[in-house]
Design a protein around this ligand. Structure first.
Ligand code: ADP
Ligand code: MG
Length: 334
């Protein structure tokens, strides 16, 4: 009897403790993927098996889209090294076709067929990191040898205008992955969440108390100046940035970073950072890279061609350029 009473008291205590525990408005989970710490923020009940599904999908995505290793893209690249065309695996078709369209609409400023140049610059892999630029002759050779994805014929197979292309979707695959994870969450009944891949993100729904709110990183800021501006994001919107602060080395006072201008094969010089807001994370990612390469002079034209109405660019001198619609959305812009 006494034992039963003690058990009852313990149960009551436990129930009270559970009742007292505030239910968090938003739950956060972290997964290491796509070369970054990917954070899920969910404002709906999150069944634990869903997190494993997210992880499994990300692993499969990484393998499929990695230019090296033994996934579909790596095997395609191995064929394209010595022949201009090859069968196009079903799993890569939609992504490569979207990238070809973005290549065309960006007037070739976003071109994922430049993997050989990215390799020469050593930005393909941390182990190849350089401390000085590669010889000009190597850059010229890779540039003249690389066929553009803009001119690719796509169907059951891919046909390029020459051999030696190395496809590298480093500038759009993260966006495609974020779209896929959002779709996965949606299929499992989640209506309110953010998928944030190291600052590049897409949201659905809202927090229970207010809209999702995010900060845009200042390309040269730290401490209290780390955030350039902030904004509320609506259901389905993605915000992606490209910056010269992600991967770079300094040589004789110059910064050499990982966003290459396909017109001359050197890191683009007009910008410090570029941010795009769009409903497709995949397009936002590609467009942010194109906007960075475009720089302030061509920004408005290239964004219009790509169907992007909301964009922000910090130029090489730190000057701020933004579409009128974006300025209206941003808070705290200097
Ligand atoms: P991040 O994802 O690092 O924030 P980006 O989305 O701009 O930045 O992608 C940069 C990566 O894309 C580079 O590391 C390289 O692999 C590839 N890349 C570089 N320049 C271009 C370009 N002009 N067009 C397409 N891909 C590029
Ligand atoms: Mg990008």
């Amino acid at each position: 009897m006494k034992q039963a009473l003690i058990a009852l008291a313990l149960c009551a205590l436990l129930a009270w403790a559970v009742w007292r525990e505030p239910v968090p408005l938003v739950q956060h989970r972290e997964v290491f993927a796509l070369g970054t710490l990917l954070q899920l923020s969910v404002a709906d009940p999150l069944p634990p098996p869903l997190l494993s599904k997210v992880q499994a999908e990300l692993r499969a995505f990484e393998k499929r889209w990695s230019p090296q290793g033994d996934g579909e893209l790596a095997r395609l690249n191995a064929l394209l090294a010595s022949q201009p065309g090859a069968p196009l695996p079903e799993a890569l078709r939609a992504g490569i076709s979207a990238a070809r369209d973005a290549c065309l609409s960006s007037d070739g400023l976003f071109d994922p067929a430049m993997g050989a140049l990215v390799q020469i610059w050593g930005f393909d892999d941390e182990r190849n990191f350089r401390s000085e630029p590669p010889p000009a002759s190597a850059i010229e050779q890779a540039l003249s040898a690389s066929p553009s994805l803009c001119a690719a014929e796509l169907g059951d197979s891919i046909k390029l205008t020459g051999i030696g292309a190395r496809l590298d979707f480093g500038a759009s695959a993260k966006g495609r992955a974020v779209d896929e994870i959002i779709a996965l969450l949606h299929r499992h009944g989640i209506r309110n969440a953010i998928v944030n891949a190291g600052g590049d993100l897409r949201a659905i729904g809202r927090r229970p108390d207010r809209a999702w709110r995010i900060g845009i990183r200042h390309p040269r800021g730290d401490g209290p100046r780390a955030v350039l501006a902030s904004l509320d994001i609506a259901d389905g919107e993605a915000v992606f940035s490209s910056g010269d602060y992600e991967r770079y080395f300094l040589h004789e006072g110059r910064r050499y970073h990982h966003i290459i201008d396909p017109r001359d094969g050197y890191p683009a010089t007009g910008s410090q950072s570029a941010t795009v807001l769009h409903h497709s994370a995949e397009l936002a990612d590609a467009a942010a890279t194109a906007l960075f390469v475009a720089g302030p002079d061509r920004a408005a034209d290239i964004m219009q061609r790509m169907g992007v109405g909301l964009w922000l660019l910090v130029d090489a001198e730190g000057g701020i350029h933004a579409s009128a619609a974006m300025r209206e959305r941003l808070e705290g812009l200097p």
